[in-house]
Design a protein around this ligand. Structure first.
Ligand SMILES: [Zn+2]
Length: 248
C-alpha cells in the first residue's frame, strides 16, 4: 500500500476514534437535555395544576358567599313568616323558604365536590413536587456524568487531534479536503476496500457500496500508488489483501 493511502488509513482510524468519543459525549449531553425538558414539562404541569386549584378555590369562595346570602334571605323570610297576615301569604313565604333551602343544599353539595377536588389536587401537587425533586436529581446526575466523561477523554481527544494534525501533513490539501468530505458523507468511512466478488472471473466490487470496480482501476492500485475513487460512492479505494500487495 502506498504511503499516502497509509496516511489516509491512519487518518481514518483517528477520525473514527474521535467520532466515537464525540458520539458518546453527544449522547450524554442529549441525556441532560432530555431530563431538563422533563423538568420544564413538570413545571408547566405544576403551574397548570396550581391554576386549577386557584380556580376551584375562587368558585368555592363564590359559592360560600351565595350560600351565606341565601341563608340571610331565609332568615328574612322567616321573619316575614311571623308577620304574615293571611294563610295564603304564609303558604307563599313558606314555599319561597323551601325553594331557597333546596337551592342552598344544591349549592352546598357542589361546594363539597369542589372541596374534594381541591383536596385531591393538593395531594397530587405533593406527589408532583416529589417527582420534580427526583427529576432535578436526575439532571444533576446526568450533568455530572457528562462532565466526568469530558474530563476523562479530554487528554485522549487532545492526543488524537494532535495525531490527526500530524497525519494530515503528509496528505495534499486537495486530497485532504476530499477525504474530509467523504468522511463526513460516509459516517467516517472515507476509504473502501476493493473486494473480490468472484475470484475466477476476477470481478471486483467496492467494499463501501458493493458496486463493480473496473479491472483497470484494480490494476492501477496494484501497480502504483495513485489514488483511485469508487465511481459510484466516491470512496477512496484500497487493496486489502496482502497477496495483492505482494504482487505489485
Ligand atoms: Zn463505492
Amino acid at each position: 500500500m502506498g504511503q499516502i493511502l497509509d496516511a489516509l488509513h491512519q487518518l481514518q482510524a483517528i477520525e473514527l476514534k474521535i467520532a466515537a468519543i464525540r458520539r458518546t459525549e453527544a449522547g450524554k449531553t442529549r441525556r441532560v437535555q432530555t431530563y431538563k425538558r422533563q423538568v420544564a414539562a413538570a413545571d408547566t404541569q405544576f403551574a397548570e395544576h396550581r391554576k386549577a386549584v386557584r380556580e376551584r378555590q375562587l368558585r368555592l369562595d363564590q359559592l360560600n358567599l351565595e350560600v351565606a346570602a341565601r341563608d340571610q334571605n331565609i332568615q328574612k323570610q322567616r321573619d316575614a313568616l311571623g308577620r304574615a297576615k293571611t294563610n295564603k301569604e304564609y303558604a307563599a313565604i313558606l314555599a319561597a323558604i323551601n325553594t331557597t333551602k333546596a337551592d342552598n343544599s344544591k349549592l352546598e353539595s357542589t361546594a363539597l365536590e369542589l372541596m374534594d377536588d381541591i383536596q385531591s389536587l393538593k395531594s397530587a401537587t405533593v406527589h408532583m413536587e416529589e417527582e420534580k425533586t427526583a427529576l432535578l436529581a436526575r439532571v444533576a446526575d446526568a450533568e455530572r456524568e457528562a462532565q466526568a466523561y469530558r474530563d476523562e477523554v479530554a487528554a485522549e481527544l487532545a492526543r488524537l487531534e494532535g495525531e490527526r494534525e500530524e497525519c494530515a501533513t503528509g496528505i495534499g490539501p486537495e486530497l485532504l479536503q476530499t477525504f474530509s468530505r467523504l468522511a463526513e458523507h460516509h459516517d467516517g468511512e472515507a476509504l473502501a476496500p476493493v473486494q473480490e466478488a468472484n475470484r475466477k472471473r476476477t470481478e471486483y466490487i467496492c467494499g463501501g457500496c458493493n458496486m463493480t470496480i473496473a479491472l483497470e482501476i484494480v490494476n492501477v492500485l496494484k501497480s502504483s500508488e495513485e489514488i483511485r475513487f469508487c465511481h459510484v460512492c466516491g470512496r477512496i479505494l484500497y487493496l486489502e489483501e496482502p497477496a495483492s500487495r505482494r504482487s505489485s
